[in-house]
Design a binder for this molecule. Structure first.
Ligand SMILES: [Zn+2]
Length: 55
């Protein structure tokens, strides 16, 4: 069961025990992806933890 990275569309294979809100690193573009749904698997770009969130 794999899906495509929302950023670069590379195939991403989540771990078999993936859970919603788990973070996965895209092997193609190194983006942090968050699991947002399991059946079917869906990924979204996770917020960049190094980004300045502002005040
Ligand atoms: Zn990617």
């Amino acid at each position: 069961m794999s899906t495509a990275c929302p950023e670069c569309e590379s195939p991403v294979q989540p771990p078999g025990d993936a859970r919603v809100s788990e973070l996965i690193e895209c092997p193609g573009c190194r983006s942090e992806l968050e699991v947002i749904a399991l059946t079917p698997i869906a990924l979204a770009l996770a917020p960049d933890p190094e980004e300045d969130w502002g005040e």
